[in-house]
Ligand binder design. Structure first.
Ligand code: ADP
Length: 268
């Protein structure tokens, strides 16, 4: 594997990540043991940013795959391609990560079909291997390779959940929206708006998060607060910025929108 191939996956500059508890130390210990990790928490609460930060801190290349229900095992492992000289094998992202010793982050793995999920099994136990069945090759994972998955506990139905045989291959860290002060700092830092305005956005999010399960499937994420702050920083009037980023994406229900708009109007 060429050096350039490794270099392109390196996180070159330090990502801004505000640690909330002892997750950085715990992850470092898990990485030392090359333990597969599961990051649990709602969408937009900082899981991906955390992985980027850890990859930078540990100086490992990072390969991220956004999983979806149409994804097949070949999308992860690789496939034969036809070109003018005949057929050529192309490694998928998981295979590349196993070869070069990257951290492979499978985002929202639950979205993938179960037959896709099981291909990670031999990589996540003592074998640390990945069979490329179509190619007839068995890859032994590089000693620095680590598998990380994200998992949103809110979304699962009985039909769509990880099997225990998959879950029990991972150590897990719980993530949630940061505490008020931390989230305010994050929004201010990420967007350039002042702390007072960032604090108001966080307050609106707190109101909305209380509505989870009472008409809202999920509360306002930190990611959406960052969007709101970015628009405000570009000069958009705060109420319009909030409606565009904190109300409209969240729900189509007119009553719920009215409730959220009222929360926005309380603060701006
Ligand atoms: P997830 O992977 O959980 O869906 P992300 O990691 O993409 O969410 O987080 C969404 C955004 O929220 C990030 O791009 C970043 O701006 C912000 N964010 C959330 N938590 C943190 C944190 N602890 N430190 C820095 N930024 C954060």
């Amino acid at each position: 594997m060429s050096k350039n191939n490794v270099e392109q996956y390196k996180v070159t500059s330090e990502p801004f990540y505000k640690s909330v508890e002892d997750e950085v130390e715990l992850y470092e210990a898990a990485y030392k043991a090359r333990m597969p990790m599961m990051l649990k928490g709602p969408t937009g609460c900082g899981k991906s940013r955390f992985v980027e930060y850890m990859a930078w801190k540990l100086q490992r290349p990072l390969i991220t795959v956004a999983c979806n229900e149409d994804m097949t095992a070949s999308d992860l492992v690789g496939r034969f391609l036809l070109d003018k000289d005949g057929t050529r094998w192309q490694d998928g992202p998981l295979t590349t990560a196993a070869r070069i010793g990257a951290i492979c982050y499978l985002d929202e793995i639950v979205e993938a079909r179960q037959d896709t999920t099981v291909i990670i099994h031999p990589l996540t136990d003592h074998r640390r291997t990945l069979p490329l069945e179509k190619k007839g090759e068995l890859i032994e994972a590089h000693e620095d390779f680590q598998l990380v998955i994200s998992y949103n506990p809110g979304y699962q139905s009985l039909m769509k959940d990880l099997k225990q045989s998959t879950k029990q291959r991972f150590g897990a860290l719980d993530f949630d929206y940061p505490l008020e002060k931390d989230e305010t700092d994050i929004v201010a830092q990420e967007t350039g708006i002042d702390v007072e305005t960032a604090g108001k956005l966080v307050q609106i999010a707190h109101r909305a998060r209380n509505l989870k399960g009472h008409g809202l499937d999920e509360g306002i994420s930190t990611r959406l607060l960052v969007y709101a702050g970015q628009l405000i920083n570009k000069g958009v009037e705060p109420v319009s910025a909030c409606i565009m980023t904190l109300v409209t994406p969240l729900t189509d229900d007119p009553d719920m929108r009215e409730t959220l708009e009222a929360a926005v109007n309380t603060f701006f």
